[in-house]
Design a protein around this ligand. Sequence first.
Ligand code: PNS
Length: 165
Amino acid sequence: MKIRAVYPGTFDPVTNGHLDLIQRSAALFDHVIAAILKNTEKKPMFTLNERVEMLESVVRTLKNVSVATFDGLLVDFAQKQGASIIVRGIRAVSDYEYELQMALMNRRLSSRVETVFLMPAEAYSYLSSRLVKEICMLGGSVEGLVPTLVEKRLKQKQMLQKQES
Ligand code: PNS
């Protein structure tokens, strides 16, 4: 039986931590769908199209990974995609409570979809999209924390912000 997994998130923007988890998932499962939530309560810095483009570009070399967008319940999307696994990353103990709540709620919504937690490489255990955006907007370096393309896009956003202020 081929196992398909969904790795959902906001990916605003995709970081090397996300990429690390996608690579680990791709080694474990037959197919991985990196799925970007369309309508998030968080106000994303990057448009949906920009997030899709960046994510597609960084997973291009991974043959069993595809990128999709979704709306509505994650478990419904997973089932429509024929996926039985949801992958989520746990960086530190602080992630656990929220992730456990989501995993148990998702299990309640559908017992056919199992959540699997993976840990990123230690070097990315303190990395988040929120911090990356904040650092870049304040003129700090995010080299090594995000793929080169994302670094360029962040710098463009910073330049735009500078011009507007
Ligand atoms: O990268 P994020 O912001 O931590 O990802 C959160 C995400 C997309 C996994 C979560 O918000 C989600 O699954 N949203 C879809 C709506 C849904 O299914 N809600 C019930 C979850 S218990």
